[in-house]
Design a protein around this ligand. Structure first.
Ligand SMILES: O=C(CO)COP(=O)(O)O
Ligand SMILES: O=C[C@H](O)COP(=O)(O)O
Ligand SMILES: [Zn+2]
Ligand SMILES: [Zn+2]
Length: 311
């Protein structure tokens, strides 16, 4: 069933488990996410970036919505890193049930103003909102943050921000970063910061940049002819600990990108004569499904769908 983000994330924060939010860009990615979550009886979030909207538009949004409506688990369709009020409203008009307004690159007051506008409009239509406070290292689609300029979320500011904006969940900067090369020269996750922020707030907290970049996948990528440098991601233990302390939404894109590329590369390597798209998109979907299953188990979302549906 298609539900709002709040319906999925509030029980997750209360129940101390995490729900992964996977980025999608096509049918096979969406199937890997939703069908695997169904198999494991887990709630799940499917998110589209503004880039995904540019790429797949209403066609892709409809694929997600239709698959979600027919699924026996709660699924939310979420806008990832919405860059403006207009972008958030456009996503709502397209049928999204959850939107992110990422005004974290503005100063504190401007972030509050922009977030509040989106919250008021979205809530009037029954749609949930994610906002972001603090800055992640690495590359975001709309802003390149130098590692030294990245700053972690201040707990007191988080409390003020939540009170003043009414956001439903909040992305906090806790040491993770987007992409396949995470956490150079410092510990990945500031667990004490998560605990502090969680102890002062009640809404679900969101971790961006949470791909694991598993060695097994990067090894397979290289063996199949891919080139990748010293890639690193967030350890499973860090995620398990983070969700016990208040992180309820865990964003994952890079792992599915790597998995899809491994599936395609291996398929072409083992059969260079192949040109039936199903013979290389299918394997990509299979490798992505393994990643989705792993994350659902690590975060404790597996088996939680029925409890959510009863609420
Ligand atoms: O945060 C993300 C999307 O918003 C994705 O993070 P990764 O690059 O770690 O997959
Ligand atoms: O955080 C960003 C996501 O990984 C989406 O990336 P994208 O803008 O290339 O679709
Ligand atoms: Zn951001
Ligand atoms: Zn992100």
């Amino acid at each position: 069933m298609l539900v709002t983000g709040k319906e999925i994330l509030v029980p997750a924060r209360e129940g101390k488990y995490g729900v992964p939010a996977f980025n999608t860009n096509n049918m096979e990615i969406t199937q890997a996410i939703i069908h695997t979550a169904e198999k494991l009886e887990a709630p799940v979030m499917v998110q589209m970036s503004e880039g995904a909207i540019k790429y797949g538009g209403q066609d892709l949004a409809n694929i997600v919505k239709d698959m979600a409506q027919r699924a026996k688990i709660p699924v939310a369709l979420h806008l990832d890193h919405g860059s403006s009020y207009e972008s958030a409203l456009k996503a709502i008009a397209m049928g999204f049930t959850s939107v992110m307004i990422d005004a974290s690159h503005h100063d504190f007051e401007e972030n509050i103003r922009e977030t509040k506008r989106v919250v008021e409009a979205a809530h009037a239509m029954g749609i949930s909102v994610e906002a972001e406070l603090g800055r992640l290292g690495g590359i975001e689609e709309h802003v390149i943050v130098d590692e030294k300029d990245a700053f972690l979320t201040d707990p007191e500011e988080a409390v003020q921000f939540i009170e003043q904006t009414g956001t439903d969940y909040l992305a906090i900067a806790i040491g993770t970063s987007h992409g396949a090369y995470k956490g150079k020269g410092r510990p990945f996750i500031d667990h004490e910061r998560i605990e502090k922020i969680a102890s002062m707030t009640t809404i679900p907290l969101v971790a961006h940049g949470s791909s694991g970049v598993p060695k097994e996948i990067t090894d397979r990528f290289r063996t199949a002819g891919g080139e990748i440098g010293e890639a690193a991601g967030i350890a499973d233990e860090d995620l398990t600990r983070a969700v016990q302390h208040g992180i309820a939404k865990v964003n994952v894109d890079t792992d599915l990108r790597l998995a899809a590329s491994v599936g395609v590369r291996e398929a072409f390597m083992s059969n260079p004569k192949e040109f039936d798209p199903r013979k290389w998109m299918g394997p990509a979907r299979d490798v992505m499904s393994e990643i989705v299953a792993h994350k659902l188990k690590v975060l404790g979302a597996a088996g939680k769908a029925s409890m959510q549906a009863m609420k």
